[in-house]
Write a protein that binds this ligand. Sequence first.
Ligand SMILES: Nc1ncnc2c1ncn2[C@@H]1O[C@H](COP(=O)(O)OP(=O)(O)O)[C@@H](O)[C@H]1O
Ligand SMILES: CC(=O)OP(=O)(O)O
Ligand SMILES: [Mg+2]
Length: 403
Amino acid sequence: MRPPGEIANVLVVNAGSSSLKLRLLDPSGGLLWADDRAADDRLDGVFAQVAEFGGVRAVGHRFVHGGPTLLRPTVIDAGVEAELRARTSLAPLHMPAALAGVAVVRAAAPELAQVACFDTAFHASLPAAASTYAIPARWRERYGIRRYGFHGLSHAYASRRAAELLGPPGAGGSDGLDGLDGLDGLDGLDGSDGSDGSGGSGGSDRPWVVTCHLGSGGSLAAVAAGVCRDTTMGFTPLEGLVMGTRSGSVDPGALLWLVRQAGLSVDEVGDGLEHESGLLGLAGSADMRQVLAMAGAGSPSARLALEVYQHRLRGLVAAMVAALGGLDALVFTGGIGEASAEIRAGAAAGLGFLGVRVDATRNTGHRGGDAEIGVPDAPVRVFVVAAREDIEIARGVRVALAR
Ligand SMILES: Nc1ncnc2c1ncn2[C@@H]1O[C@H](COP(=O)(O)OP(=O)(O)O)[C@@H](O)[C@H]1O
Ligand SMILES: CC(=O)OP(=O)(O)O
Ligand SMILES: [Mg+2]
């Protein structure tokens, strides 16, 4: 067995619904090169671009759905690729792009090991109460309909980073935030009573962290001592929050009505829910920057879109806290979570009853990277963490290749 660190530079391919993010990481996880492309771009030219860094030794791909069997990072051979292809229908917005990436790498550099890392894996720990739908047993048994959860690579990274930032039980300080401004006053903040979730990270299943991954897709995770206990996406990445073009949760009865009474085809309903809903359906743009700008200019539909987005976000954060029994840290990550002080403030504004209080100066002053944005003496710490699915994937590659 090779020591994990021996596998040199890892190319990470993260095919999201609205973007293709490419990263080259060195053996210690250092970022050597990054390129963000449009979702329908291909990997062409990537190996020439990274050649100057001594090339690539392995490639890690984000796959959003591993189904019930593919959980740990897995070397992609013909059998695994066929299994992944068979899962395409579970995440049609995502799986084809990831599979296309595997084919491009194989054609360009057949000697490279390719590893699949799964969004669903982090949620494999969901208790049955959180993973089970109250539907007929035969659907659950025959078709495997259950809640899987997604964005697990991001939730895993962000929750681990939050635990680092919280510090050991009892430390209320600014551990891990060296170099950031305005945090000195936090050192020595009281942090752990180990029992009531009112500010520390002590206790056997703590820290209790809720991670908000707010990108084109969006989901939340309730994480206790690094273990995921609940999440907002379900069987597919359509459940839960309002997203860029996806509806999030909708009364299934409304969908049945559209098919039975309004005469829409199943494909029309599917396209509507996946591609024409969310911010796009409410405000006419799937891009949160534009929705915020339009709302700022007085557009009633954009304002409504923000209200619906925030209402659902606040409600589901509270649901995640209920699944944990308390909250030590709330974490914002993903394109919107990292960049929009307005969305962070709006979400927190309704969560004061849980002890969440965002500091206006810190929040609006955030200019990227990891930072604490909570009010210093609030019971719950609030962080922005830069999404680093690439670090999680490169880790997975090393683990898979060392097996
Ligand atoms: N400055 C910003 N303010 C608000 N939203 C932003 C900002 N920058 C990016 N976003 C939003 O982030 C979202 C994309 O998030 P990202 O995580 O990059 O996407 P993906 O899910 O494809 O990985 C888009 O809705 C975009 O409008
Ligand atoms: C699972 C999912 O929704 O991913 P993304 O946010 O990258 O579209
Ligand atoms: Mg993403």
